[in-house]
Design a protein around this ligand. Structure first.
Ligand code: FES
Ligand code: FES
Length: 168
């Protein structure tokens, strides 16, 4: 067992964990934060996306012991009312299973874009922050799968929030 001080949504909790326990299982099974979903458990679907120090990661691929003392944000602690309302307004979910991962990923993606990070489809890398166009949003959200195909609503919701925040 390894003692880990996991800090999630502003609350630090000491846990004794086997070193192989994933961050996803620590969140769901040890802390009872079941908003973060387990889809594939192998890094392919994005349902388990959380923010670590503001950067999105797949928590199923992360070992909890590596995140001792880091600032983890799950959908339960995500300050993203605008995103949540926009998802509802644009029917950005159907079954809702992928939604918490989509919301965390969207919040992380908007911050990455605001910091000037390019994507694989950004044409002019030296030109600074690009317009957050539909292709940019789709590329930047491509790690988050939705089995129901709510993609059009998800993109519209993110675009609405990006526009409101001035990212166009
Ligand atoms: S559950 Fe982590 S990427 Fe699918
Ligand atoms: S809303 Fe069902 S998987 Fe996305």
């Amino acid at each position: 067992m390894v003692e880990v001080r996991i800090r999630v949504n502003g609350v630090t909790t000491p846990l004794d964990l086997q070193p192989e326990v994933s961050l996803l299982d620590a969140l769901r099974e040890h802390l009872g934060l079941t908003g973060t979903k387990k889809g594939c458990d192998q890094g392919a679907c994005g349902a388990c996306t959380v923010l670590v120090d503001g950067t999105r990661i797949n928590s199923c691929l992360a070992l909890a012991v590596q995140y001792d003392g880091r600032e983890i944000t799950t959908v339960e602690g995500l300050a993203a009312e605008g995103l949540r309302e926009a998802f509802v307004e644009h029917d950005g979910f159907q079954c809702g299973y992928c939604t918490s991962g989509q919301l965390c990923s969207a919040a992380g993606m908007l911050a990455e874009h605001a910091a000037g990070a390019p994507s694989a489809v950004t044409e002019h890398l030296a030109a600074g922050p690009c317009e957050l166009s539909e292709p940019e949003i789709r590329e930047r959200m491509s790690g988050n799968l939705c089995r129901c195909g709510a993609y059009n609503g998800i993109v519209a919701a993110i675009r609405q929030v990006a526009t409101a925040e001035g990212a166009r």
